[in-house]
Design a protein around this ligand. Structure first.
Ligand SMILES: Nc1ncnc2c1ncn2[C@@H]1O[C@H](COP(=O)(O)OP(=O)(O)O)[C@@H](O)[C@H]1O
Ligand SMILES: Nc1ccn([C@@H]2O[C@H](COP(=O)(O)O)[C@@H](O)[C@H]2O)c(=O)n1
Length: 210
């Protein structure tokens, strides 16, 4: 296997990062097979809070860098670059903590990693060869987050709007928007921007052909 290339996909919550990463991954796996591409999620590296009660866990600010174990994500990316498999944690948005199971991730020629604060952290930025920022307007993100969090994450409308006002929106202006400067490619509209998906797929095909 040649040198590993890590592609980061960052941007606000519900901007389409997961959809973008999974579309690129699934379309390339259908075309080329899955052995040479892996996907990681920053959300899997939210800190374990199993020592706290559920009432205490809901008080955490999940949009602040301190909520993530970025050291572990950076270490896992380095291990994958070094040719070693890692056990990626799994996270429950309903329980607000990690679950016991992990997912084995094998070293791959191309690693896609997606998450809100990836480009804010210098030790993570050092691990990225290509960085993409999903520049979806914040009002569209909010509408998508409301639908997704009610359907997929077991949230009420009032809990979503309260969390959004106190934590999600402030973190966008303090951490996420300023991190756009570190992106190589800025993608408008979200996870269904077919031209942007095609550009990343073309780059990955080139890397896999080297
Ligand atoms: N371009 C788009 N058009 C319509 N819905 C979209 C688009 N991009 C993403 N979505 C939807 O918005 C929600 C949030 O997208 P997701 O990929 O989970 O965002 P993120 O990973 O950035 O939080 C999901 O339900 C997804 O299907
Ligand atoms: N227990 C948690 C953990 C995280 N969140 C929110 O998830 C967002 C990041 O994930 P995306 O898929 O939306 O990028 C982040 O904005 C957190 O507020 C949560 O609500 N509960």
């Amino acid at each position: 296997m040649g040198k590993t290339t890590v592609i980061a996909i960052a941007g606000p919550s519900a901007s389409g990062k997961s959809l973008f990463a999974s579309t690129v991954y699934q379309e390339l796996v259908a075309e080329l097979g899955g052995e040479r591409i892996s996907v990681l999620s920053e959300d899997a590296y939210y800190r374990d809070q199993s020592h706290l009660s559920l009432d205490q866990r809901v008080l955490t600010n999940y949009d602040h860098p301190s909520a993530f174990e970025h050291e572990l994500l950076a270490a896992h990316l380095q291990s994958l670059r070094d040719g070693n498999s890692v056990e990626m944690p799994q996270y429950s948005y309903k329980e607000h903590t990690r679950i016991k199971d992990t997912i084995p991730v094998t070293p791959a020629r191309v690693i896609l990693v997606e998450g809100i604060l990836l480009l804010c952290d210098p030790k993570l930025r050092d691990q990225f060869d290509i960085s993409v920022f999903m520049d979806t307007p914040l009002d569209i993100c909010l509408l998508r987050r409301i639908n997704r969090d009610i359907e997929m994450r077991g949230r009420s409308l009032s809990s979503i709007t309260e969390q959004y006002e106190h934590y999600v929106r402030p973190a966008f202006f303090e951490f996420i928007a300023p991190s756009k400067q570190f992106a190589d490619l800025v993608v408008t509209r979200g996870g269904q921007n077919e031209i942007a998906i095609d550009i990343i797929k073309t780059k990955i095909r080139q890397l896999l052909a080297e």
